[in-house]
Design a protein around this ligand. Structure first.
Ligand code: ZN
Length: 285
């Protein structure tokens, strides 16, 4: 198939999928799909995102929702690498990367956004450079800053979604509180040793991270202490990216009111139901 006829074919599929998606199956009211007639995808976009667009569940509208979305990724390390790579590749229009660290050689086995020559370079800048190569169609904004309870609200303001790829409970609680206060959807994640966890949050409509984990576990080990394998972090980060795409497009049901634990040694997954706590300090009444 020639280049132009292939593009025509893909455009036909995308348009058919968009037509099929609109009248018969109205989306949930919270799905961030633009209601006004949206501009069609360009030929370059159809080529770049063709393998998503041919999915029966996907549509041109879903792709446009990604193009219009702003997402902040907190942390450009073991989880943030796969999250940012997949969201940039998928076509999220504006991607912010928050990380205060510089690249260290001991990061490289699990953080595929950074390479050996990046040692000493700020991770946010290293990540942004790779992501711009991956997808020049999107805007990538690096923020070399440590997120804490003081600046979290400012960093997440105006975002459609936050993906928390940090590695401390203090940061997770700060991100959760800021997202709940601002009503911003959130995907939480964590990995250490051989196990990881993923949870999607729609503030005000589903249980938040603080509902699931009201207090910080005592003696929670860090990756420096307990170790972690690169592919284990890759699995958890990939699941976070998947949940982010679901929340942004309304395609498929997100992992809300539950968290998923993944044991990478046994490959066992456990979905644990979580209810909203009326007395939750972050999302309670
Ligand atoms: Zn809560």
């Amino acid at each position: 198939m020639s280049g132009s006829s292939r593009r025509g074919f893909l455009r036909e599929i995308a348009a058919a999928a968009a037509r099929a998606a609109v009248p018969d199956e109205p989306r949930a009211p919270e799905a961030p799909i633009p209601s006004a007639p949206a501009p069609l995808l360009s030929d370059d976009e159809i080529e770049r995102y063709s393998r998503q667009l041919v999915l029966p569940e996907w549509s041109e509208l879903a792709q446009i929702a990604l193009r219009n979305a702003s997402v902040m990724v907190i942390g450009a390390g073991a989880l943030g690498s796969p999250v940012a790579l997949y969201l940039a590749g998928a076509g999220v229009g504006r991607l912010g990367i928050v990380d205060s660290d510089v690249v260290e050689i001991s990061n490289l086995h699990r953080q595929p956004l950074h390479y050996t020559p990046d040692a000493g370079v700020p991770k946010a800048a290293s990540a942004a450079a790779k992501l711009r190569f991956l997808n020049p169609e999107i805007a990538v904004e690096p923020y070399q800053v440590w997120l804490d309870a003081e600046n979290a609200a400012g960093l997440v303001e105006g975002q459609d979604l936050v993906v928390d790829c940090s590695d401390t409970f203090a940061t997770r609680y700060a991100v959760n509180a800021a997202c709940c206060a601002a009503g911003i959807d959130l995907v939480e994640g964590g990995v250490v040793g051989w196990s990881g966890l993923v949870m999607a949050v729609r503030p005000g409509r589903s249980a938040c991270y603080r509902c699931a984990f009201p207090v910080e576990p005592v003696d929670a080990p860090s990756c420096a202490e307990a170790g972690v394998l690169g592919p284990a972090a890759g699995v958890i980060g990939s699941l976070q990216a998947l949940e982010a795409l679901k929340l942004l497009t309304g395609v498929a049901a997100p992992l809300t009111d539950a968290f998923l634990t993944v044991d990478l040694a046994t490959l066992e997954m456990l979905r644990v139901k979580v209810g909203r706590r009326p007395d939750c300090p972050d999302c309670g009444e």
